[in-house]
Design a protein around this ligand. Structure first.
Ligand code: PMP
Length: 358
């Protein structure tokens, strides 16, 4: 079956993305997409790139996009790297900054792509257990024994944010190695570590346009760091693929960064809907962790999460379930539109009633 595969690839267990259903319309609350479309300016910008220009290669440095990001974040383009989704940016960062055969640290419960990248590149890792309440035991990351650290903030799939002072503690305790801060969900209420990149040469902040800017389908990820780290990422990228972002992605990402008003409005809407959904779920008896992201992590003491996920699926609603120790009675629920979440809460209430759990 795996004839001809290299020994490294034979042993790999790839990441499994959330379901993208075909042939039936679901309320999709399973992959943390934004329920609102991208800015109309993005659609117009893509339209301008769909003619004759497609015969030309895109700008390998995505200068226009990096300049727009520099304006938005008040940085220089030399402090910014862009890639084909933040998954690619993370993969490049693992290759650029972590050493095969040496051990890096990340939590036991976090974005499940990290161990996959580490395995792919032969990097060893310790999965440090989160505390009982799913917060990060910061001191475990501060002993100076790791060849790199990865923290996702706010964490996925819990939505819990680690205070910036704690992130800074980790950065300061690991001056000789890179601390990678994955801020995929930062725009939904978290505090970004971006302000640290000029102070600490060992911090790389990774963000995405897939969530708060509604561009999951375009694949645009960003990294921010000292120009030395950015040059490291470029060395990996330019040894792999000169054109990781196509013309449409560069145009779309640039326009999304320029439409500040749309960004503010849609993310505020998601946050407001999230808070209303937290209240409704708690009223129904769910334990819901405080979330700084566009999803909720919730568990019901009487109703098995896996049963609920299946029952919701039959009713046309997709949520994410992880069959994994410690979190196998939780659902991760992405925040949809106000109407989506009203339907979701109504269906959940009906299911609880059916099981006699209200
Ligand atoms: N980091 C985290 C924590 C995520 O949840 C995701 C989305 N699955 C990503 C990175 C990657 O997002 P993208 O590749 O769409 O930018």
């Amino acid at each position: 079956m795996k004839e001809f595969w290299s020994s490294r690839i034979r042993g790999i267990v790839p990441y499994t993305p959330g379901e993208q259903p075909r042939g039936r319309t679901f309320i999709k609350l399973n992959t943390n997409e934004n329920p609102y479309g991208p800015s109309p300016a993005v659609v117009a910008a893509i339209g301008r790139e769909t003619g004759d220009s497609l015969r030309l290669y895109p700008d390998p440095e995505a200068t226009e996009l990096r300049q727009a990001a520099a304006r938005f974040y008040d940085l220089t383009p030399e402090e910014i790297f862009v890639g084909n989704g933040s998954d690619e940016v993370l993969a490049f960062a693992f290759q650029a900054f972590f050493e095969p055969g040496k051990t890096i640290a990340f939590p036991d419960i976090t974005y499940s792509f990290y161990p996959v990248y580490a395995d792919l590149f032969g990097i060893l890792y310790d999965r440090i257990p989160l505390k009982e309440d799913f917060t990060l035991p910061v001191e475990r990351y501060c002993g100076g024994e790791y060849a790199g650290v990865v923290v996702c903030n706010p964490n996925a799939p819990t939505g819990i944010q680690l205070p910036l002072t704690e992130i800074e503690r980790i950065i300061r305790a690991n001056p000789a190695v890179v601390v990678l801060v994955d801020e995929a969900y930062i725009d939904f209420g978290g505090e970004s570590a971006l302000g640290f990149i000029r102070q600490y040469p060992n911090v790389l902040v990774v963000q995405t346009m897939s969530k708060s800017r509604s561009l999951a389908g375009m694949r645009v990820g960003l990294a921010f760091g000292n120009p030395n780290l950015i040059a490291g990422l470029n060395a990996v990228k330019n040894s792999f693929n000169s054109y990781t972002l196509d013309r449409l992605a560069i145009a779309a990402g640039t326009a999304a960064l320029e439409d500040r008003e749309y960004f503010q409005e849609t993310r505020s809407r998601v946050i407001a809907t999230r808070e209303r959904t937290v209240d409704s779920l708690r009223e129904m008896g769910f334990l819901v962790h405080p979330s700084c992201s566009n999803f909720l992590f919730a568990s019901h003491p009487q109703v098995p999460a896996q049963w609920l996920q299946q029952a919701l699926r039959e009713r046309g609603i997709l949520v994410r379930y992880f069959n994994q120790p410690r979190i196998d009675n939780y659902l991760r629920i992405s925040i949809g539109t106000e109407a989506d979440m009203e339907t979701f809460c109504r269906e959940v209430a009906a299911l609880l009633q059916k099981r006699g759990s209200v």
